[in-house]
Every structure is written in C-alpha cells, then in structure tokens.
Write a protein that binds this ligand. Structure first.
Ligand code: R5P
Length: 316
C-alpha cells in the first residue's frame, strides 16, 4: 500500500462503521489509528487512544446511525479524549449525520435536535465537520466551525450512466428533494418529475399526485435517506401505476429501519442503490440493493482538507 507521507495525519474509527473507516484509510494510504472503544459494565462508554496524537490533525470517522444515541456519545467522548491529548485539529467525519430531519420547528413546542447535536459536537471540541448529503443544507449554518459537505450525486450518476438506461426521468419523492433531483437530472441530462407527498405523522407517507411526464419512462427516484421505506414504496408503486416502465432509486443513507426491507421486497422497485455511510448487516443485504462505497470520495476530501486545497473542485 502506498503510504501517505505525513505522520501528523491520523484517522480513527469508533463503532458505527469501521469497514468504511478502513476503506478511507486504504485510499488515503495510512493505517487506522489505534484506539479502543468499549463499555464499562454499567454501559458507560470507555475510550482509550492507544498512540500519541500530540500536535496531530485527527480525523474521527463515525456515523450517528442506529443506535444514534450510543454512536453520538462515543463520538463526543472521543472528541474530548482527542482535545485532552493535545490534538492540533479534531476533524469529525460524519458520513451520515443522524437527527438531521429534526432541523426546524415544524410544529409548536418541537425541538431543533440537529442544532442541539451541532452544539454538542462543537462544545466537545470538534474543529471541522466533514459530511455527505446533509438532509438539509442549512444544518451547515448550525455550526460556527467549517462544515465541508460532500455530494453523493456524482457517484450515483456515474453508476446510472454505466447502466445505459433509456428514456430516463428523475423523480423527487417530495417537494423538499427537488434540488437534489435537479442535480442528478443535470448530470444525466434527463427531465424531472415531482411527487406530491404528504406526511400526516412521522414515518407515514401518502402520495397525492405526480407532477411531470413519466409515461413509458425509466424513473429514477432520488432521495437522501431511506428509513422505513414508506416513501420509496409508495413512490415506486405510484409511478408504475401511473405508467412508468421501470423504477430505480438512489438513496445516500440506508437507515432501513423497521419494515424497510420487506417493503422494498414487496415494492415495484427494480433496484435500490445506496452508499456505505451506514453499514448494512447481512439480513439487509438483499439482491435488490446495491451498495456503493463513499470511501474513495471521503479519502480524497480528507487529503484535500489536510493539504488545504479545494474540496468543492472534487465535484466539478
Ligand atoms: C424526507 O424528507 C427524507 O428525504 C426521506 O424521504 C425520508 O426520511 C424517508 O423516510 P421513510 O423511508 O421512512 O419514508
């Protein structure tokens, strides 16, 4: 393996996604830093960094995926450990930023939990956040430290281009996803359609209408998160019922909770493409799901941050 020649660049993983952290290290050309993250017998998190990080630029890889609270707490404690061990910078690499959907007061007396998480990370000592496809871009503004947001669209677009699909239409499953759908449509030179989705209560979706021409076309639904797969199942089935020929979907973050897998299996979806921001246990690795790695992309971004060169040029 070609080694990255800077002993002051250190990458550590916590427990959410060690496979992705390994992949990132492989592409950067460094060994994963030595650390142990365990539990005391009462469940409290115990972190030990097993090598000196004094004066180092440290990158901590951790998605705040399920169990979100456990993974978040591991991360906060690790940041504290790095600060007290005199790291020069503490760069938090959060491939999947959990709690991102609670980004505003949609109803009275609701918290803005994604802002709370930003405060916690920053107060613990994070000096930079590197993340991918935030549910809402305004979350960047919840931090007063730099937030580099990477995009999954180029990765998905290349995959779809290689499939040489014909007569494609890019579909946003709700109004909030139109910008994301437009980015994909631009890359694939395809038109877009929009689903008028209503959510009467959390985790329950209801299709109202499809805006745009989908008749006889290959629809690609573009979303950032697939959680219970309610949105995707409804969208895929509505598209086929209303005349689409084939339906594919790309969702960056495979949360896949509750009934998600059975809903995907029962749906009219031909293939769902996700990334490895959240690792998939064996029982979720079904033939309909293809997982692309964001390891090389995150590794490139880490090198650019470390060498202080442009990150956005990765997407141009
Ligand atoms: C919503 O705004 C998101 O972009 C996703 O559409 C949503 O989180 C997916 O959730 P589920 O799979 O539970 O319908």
């Amino acid at each position: 393996m070609a080694m990255y020649n800077d002993p002051y660049l250190k990458i550590f993983t916590l427990n959410s996604n060690p496979e992705l952290a390994q992949e990132i290290c492989k592409h950067v050309g460094v060994d994963l830093g030595e650390t142990s993250v365990k539990r005391f017998s009462d469940g409290e998190v115990q972190v030990n960094i097993e090598e000196s990080i004094r004066g180092c630029d440290v990158y901590l890889v951790q998605s705040t995926s399920e169990p979100a609270n456990e993974h978040l707490m591991e991360l906060l404690i690790m940041i504290d450990a790095c600060k007290r061990a005199s790291a020069k910078t503490i760069n938090v690499v959060i491939p999947y930023y959990g709690y991102a959907r609670q980004d505003r007061k949609a109803r009275s007396r609701e918290p803005i939990t994604s802002k709370l998480i930003a405060n916690l990370l920053e107060n613990a000592g994070a000096t930079r956040i590197l993340t991918l496809d935030l549910h809402a871009s305004q979350i960047q503004g919840f931090f007063d430290i730099p937030v580099d947001q990477l995009l999954g669209t180029p990765l998905f677009a290349s995959y779809f281009k290689e499939k040489k699909l014909e007569d494609v239409v890019i579909v946003s499953p709700d109004h909030g996803g139109v910008v994301r759908a437009r980015q994909m449509a631009d890359r694939l030179e395809a038109p877009i359609a929009i689903i008028d989705k209503r959510r009467p209560r959390p985790n329950v979706a209801e299709v109202m209408n499809i805006v745009g021409d989908i008749e006889g076309k290959t629809a690609i639904i573009v979303d950032d998160i697939i959680d219970t797969a309610g949105t995707l199942q409804l969208a895929a089935d509505a598209l086929v019922e209303q005349g689409a020929e084939r339906v594919f979907a790309s969702c960056t973050h495979p949360v896949l909770s509750g009934p998600a897998i059975s809903r995907i299996e029962e749906s009219k979806l031909e293939e769902l493409i996700v990334t490895d921001t959240i690792s998939l246990p064996k029982q979720k690795q079904i033939p309909q799901i293809t997982q692309l790695s964001v390891g090389p992309l995150m590794a490139d971004a880490i090198i650019r941050v470390h060498e202080q060169t442009s990150v956005s040029s990765l997407f141009n």
